[in-house]
Design a protein around this ligand. Structure first.
Ligand code: MIC
Ligand code: SF4
Length: 754
């Protein structure tokens, strides 16, 4: 499955490219810089790029897509006029499976319900030379780690947690589908040269502390936007001592701090993992250039000189953490939870513990969780909360079943869901969720935005390691500290849980019967891709119209969003996932989760044409019907979270012209640019206050739209007064062309004569 000849080619040029980069930059290099400079489209570096400033063209080695985003990525690719993808690419069917009964029933239901979409993805993959992973094969990031990731490689993926592959020493970056489309079409991929954050891990993990706690701690330090525009590079004795999959967990949640990606230098743990997953040949190749697959020695000896920011964490002292609710950066060490929960009046009864997901379903994770589940019977306990497992891949599921782990979990009443995203992305038909009761769940996933898991705004989700989730599910209590506290068993005795223990890799090796992979046809030219015009789930794309060549006058304020506005608020997942291949239908969820600044309600805004209040999508459709453009205003880190470009395409499709915010999350900002939208930021954040509910807004300066040159916004208030404010943007020459053409794809289409 993995492409050894591609990896060989990357490694053959790696040392030469690193040497050229070292010369161009004029100093020792971090690992991040080595990988980035080794993947320049231009070949050898001739000059250094300024971090946080220069846009750089890269040539990634691979593309990975998951089903919920692949539909839009491939609908765009179909317009690009190419016969085959230019780099190895894969599609993974993982997001559309509802977790309800158990893996078998749930998978069968999904395969029926989403047949049209799966058939579409399978046939497009077959036609264009893309590897296809069937529903049930596993979650994209776990499957990529097991099969495709390789030290020193560069990959992009249409999912923000693509960064998971940093655990195997890659630079792997989450992007929107339009970016994937470019790379599959053989075009360069552009990224602003990232800044560098170094995290030095000293000491050693022990007892109840897991790799997850490292990133939970880092999230607490850096917050959800602290990593924006930066790559996080982990190093130190604590990093080397950790398993490869543990490193994957840490990199995975780098998405939650907004980091471009995270990575670790090549070491023994990676070599062991490659060998255990059938890639001895890759390990051997990597061993051959090992010195290039980590930073130059000077860097880790003196990190302050080479990184923009350095954080040090002593793993020997690190405590298990619980992050949440509602945001992944609200970090509470377990020893403080009693106080903090009481102070915040969080419900302390744990209703459900959920382990697994792309973040935490390695063999090691599951074996450590199982060591706790075993103690339930041994110590005469009873598990107080519901408990569920979503394995990350069929290979992991098959192996943990063979090794008896699933039996042990069954004894504590666990439900095993399909190898898919399930509850993590709101594909969870949780009984009673519609009652919207205040309640607490703990999970080993990565995100915990409001409504994310079960659609209930009053569910408080706390993120933790699988070990801690298991312990808290057994105790049924959020404030239970397994390090110090005892539990009362069925006989009324006080018992303590022993710390978790497990295996980094299966002693008897991994096994699987059908991993779920379908290779594409050698020659796909005869393959037919069918999209029914009457389909509710798939819709061929019409090109977006080009810019009219003038300033934009009289735009209505659609919504001034207050506070957190993630991609889940802009284009909700859960039940809406089924429309990910149908732009018009999914547009009916546009911004329905965003809070209207003026009345603090969601999905309730003023229609300036009628003066009446109504849902956001309907109001925007009314403006569109009247031929009036609009503008969306937002707060900090707007578009945080997912890579879903629907969050940019929906407003574009419905006629929103600009999004003006205090700050953007990286992927979302790029997605907006790609789709021909104006992504603007307040030059003075205080101007956010000047935006009024009845404003008509003019965007001035577009005829001289140029890199680094602010634009002017005229706010025409209802009382006849005006405010003029300056707004910034980060468009470069190329991106301005995208805006003018109406979308980046309109340019590619011309290039390939489609
Ligand atoms: C997520 O974790 O939010 C998702 C669902 O995997 C998204 C992708 C999507 O919206 O399809 C992501 O993280 O990019
Ligand atoms: Fe799936 Fe959740 Fe991972 Fe996203 S974060 S890929 S939804 S398991």
């Amino acid at each position: 499955m993995f492409d050894l000849s591609m990896i060989k080619a990357v490694y053959e040029r790696f040392p030469g490219r690193v040497a050229a980069a070292r010369k161009a930059v004029g100093r020792p290099l971090t690992l991040t810089e080595k990988i980035l400079y080794a993947h320049l489209t231009q070949g050898d570096a001739t000059a250094a790029f300024a971090r946080g400033k220069d846009y750089v063209d890269f040539a990634p080695d691979r593309v990975a897509m998951q089903d919920a985003t692949a539909q839009m990525a491939l609908l765009q690719f179909m317009q690009a006029g190419r016969a085959k993808v230019a780099v190895p690419s894969t599609v993974h069917c993982d997001h559309l499976i509802v977790a309800k009964d158990n893996s078998k029933v749930d998978l069968e239901r999904a395969v029926n319900e989403s047949k049209e979409v799966y058939d579409f993805l399978a046939s497009v993959s077959n036609k264009y030379g893309i590897g296809f992973w069937k529903p049930g094969a596993g979650i994209i990031h776990q499957v990529v780690l097991e099969n495709y990731a390789f030290p020193g490689g560069m990959m992009i993926g249409t999912d923000s947690h693509t960064v998971n592959a940093g655990g195997l020493g890659m630079i792997a970056i989450g992007v929107g589908g339009a970016d994937a489309c470019d790379v599959m079409a053989g075009l360069p991929w552009e990224l602003k040269m990232p800044k560098l954050i170094g995290v030095k891990l000293t000491g050693k993990l022990n007892g109840w502390t897991a790799p997850k706690d490292v990133i939970l701690k880092v999230a607490g330090i850096l917050t959800v936007k602290g990593g924006t525009g930066a790559v996080v590079e982990y190093f130190g004795e604590g990093a080397v001592a950790m398993s490869c999959t543990g490193k994957g967990t840490i990199c995975n949640m780098g998405a939650e701090i907004g980091a471009t990606t995270s990575t670790f230098g090549y070491d023994e743990s990676m070599s062991r993992y490659l060998k255990a997953t059938g890639r001895e040949a890759v390990a051997e190749l990597a061993d051959g250039i090992a010195e290039h697959l980590t930073a130059d020695p000077e860097v880790y000896a003196n990190p302050e000189q080479y990184f923009d920011q350095v954080i040090e964490i002593n793993l020997s002292e690190l405590e298990p953490h619980l992050n949440g609710p509602f945001t992944p950066d609200l970090a509470t060490p377990i020893s403080k939870m009693k106080e903090v929960a009481a102070a915040n009046n969080w419900p302390t009864k744990v209703e459900v513990g959920l382990i697994g997901s792309c973040t935490n379903s390695s063999y090691e994770d599951i074996s450590r969780a199982v060591s706790l589940a075993k103690q339930v019977a041994e110590k005469g306990l009873k598990t107080k909360a519901e408990f569920t497992i979503t394995p990350g891949s069929e290979q992991v599921r098959y192996t943990i079943e063979r090794d008896g782990f699933l039996d042990t979990f069954a004894q504590i009443g666990a439900t095993v869901f399909a190898n898919a995203c399930g509850p993590c992305i709101g594909m969870w038909e949780r009984m009673g969720a519609e009652k919207q009761e205040r309640n607490t769940i703990v999970h080993s996933f990565n995100r915990n935005f409001a409504k994310r898991a079960d659609g209930n705004p009053n569910t408080m989700a706390f993120v933790a390691s699988p070990e801690l989730v298991t312990a808290l599910a057994i105790a049924g209590d959020l404030t239970f500290n397994p390090i110090t506290d005892t539990l009362t068993n069925e006989k009324g005795e006080q018992v303590k849980l022993d710390p978790p223990s497990g295996y980094e890799l299966p002693v008897r090796g991994f096994a699987v019967e059908d991993a779920g992979y379908q290779a594409p046809a050698e020659d796909g030219s005869g393959v037919n891709v069918i999209v029914e015009p009457t389909s509710k789930r798939l819709q061929l794309l019409d090109p977006f119209p080009a810019w009219e060549g003038t300033d934009l006058k009289g735009l209505k304020l659609l919504i001034k969003a207050k506070g957190k506005c993630t991609t889940d608020h802009i284009s909700m997942a859960g039940p809406w996932l089924k429309f990910r291949g149908h732009l018009d239908n999914i547009s009916n969820n546009m911004l329905i989760g965003a809070v209207n600044f003026f009345n603090e309600k969601t999905d309730n805004i003023k229609n300036q044409l009628t003066g009446e209040y109504g849902p956001v999508p309907a109001t925007q459709r009314a403006y569109k019907a009247a031929g009036i453009g609009s503008i969306v205003v937002g707060d900090e880190n707007y578009g945080e979270g997912s890579s879903r470009e629907h969050a940019a395409m929906e407003p574009r499709h419905l006629g929103v012209r600009a999004v003006l915010v205090k700050s953007f999350a990286r992927i979302h900002e790029t997605n907006l640019k790609k789709q021909g939208m104006l992504a603007l930021t307040f030059a003075d954040k205080a101007d956010y206050e000047k935006i009024q509910e009845d404003d008509s807004i003019d965007i001035v300066g577009l005829t001289e739209f140029a890199p680094g040159k602010p634009l002017t916004l005229v706010l025409n208030h209802a009382d006849g007064s005006k405010d003029e404010i300056s707004v910034n943007h980060t468009y470069n020459e190329q991106q301005i062309e995208w805006f003018k053409a109406g979308a980046a794809l309109n340019i590619i289409r011309k290039q390939f004569g489609a």
